[in-house]
Design a protein around this ligand. Structure first.
Ligand SMILES: [Zn+2]
Length: 258
């Protein structure tokens, strides 16, 4: 059985309210070794911590992402710091910059992002980064300080993929690679050292193309592995194992049988 790892998903989302426990149990029985459930604001970070508390194979990342940066509650950073102290929290995230909307308040986003990069370095934790159409500023922010982490759901030009991995930042490769518009992503994966590759779904948001329109879950990683294996000339087992080891390394997750 392929050992599946999903380093970025949102199983606390409403889309899973009706069958969350059944879905998670069945995924784990079918080879999903671990999942990192990501917060994107204070309430979803709390939900991530509580979900991780219920399942051995689920870990949490906690943070405020750029689209939630405009209306953060008072003392939000203290809330994130407190949540980060939970033993199942293994990263600060998702955090970052999102310039997709033309009226995005870039300065406010940077302020919230920087505060959490500082928190991650204070706590010596890796970060899970959301970067949408903000690569140049992101590279600049990351160059100002030592950062351990990953760009989640990487989907940008191959030159940026190279720039991030050259700076020691891992790339989260997800179901987007199964779609016809994945040319730059395929180029990135072809060029990258497998030691910088992580697998993720961002579930429930984007399923693999074979399940387009449906709710994504961590089983979509199988299609991602299959595409990466053919790009890299690796076996599916090698891809899965490499991503597993990389995730253990970056997030400091201990093997459960140990
Ligand atoms: Zn996400």
């Amino acid at each position: 059985m392929l050992r599946i790892t999903d380093v970025h998903a949102h199983y606390d989302e409403k889309a899973f309210d009706k069958d969350r426990e059944d879905v998670l149990t069945s995924l784990h029985e079918n080879g999903v070794e671990f999942i990192i459930n990501s917060g994107s604001d204070v309430p979803s970070s709390e939900r991530s911590v509580s979900l991780a508390g219920k399942h051995d194979f689920i870990y949490a990342s906690v943070g405020v992402f750029p689209l939630s940066a405009y209306d953060v509650p008072d003392r939000w950073i203290e809330s994130i710091r407190e949540l980060a102290g939970d033993s199942k929290v293994i990263a600060i995230g998702e955090i970052g910059l999102d310039y997709h909307e033309p009226d995005a308040d870039r300065e406010k986003q940077k302020e919230v992002f920087r505060a959490q990069l500082d928190l991650a370095s204070e706590l010596d934790m890796p970060v899970v980064i959301h970067d949408r159409e903000a690569d140049e500023d992101m590279l600049q922010e990351l160059s100002k300080r030592p950062v351990r982490g990953m760009i989640h759901r990487f989907f940008s030009k191959a030159k940026y993929g190279k720039a991030f991995t050259d700076n020691g930042i891992y790339l989260g490769i997800g179901p987007a690679i199964t779609y016809p518009d994945a040319g730059e992503l395929i180029e990135t994966v072809r060029a990258m050292d497998p030691s910088m590759m992580l697998l993720e779904t961002d579930a429930p948001f984007l399923p693999a193309s074979s399940r387009a329109g449906m709710r994504a879950d961590s089983s979509d990683i199988r299609d991602v592995i299959s595409v990466i294996a053919s790009i890299k000339g690796m076996s599916e087992e090698e891809v899965a194992e490499t991503a597993y080891r990389n995730a253990m390394m970056l997030f400091g997750i201990k093997h459960q049988e140990e």
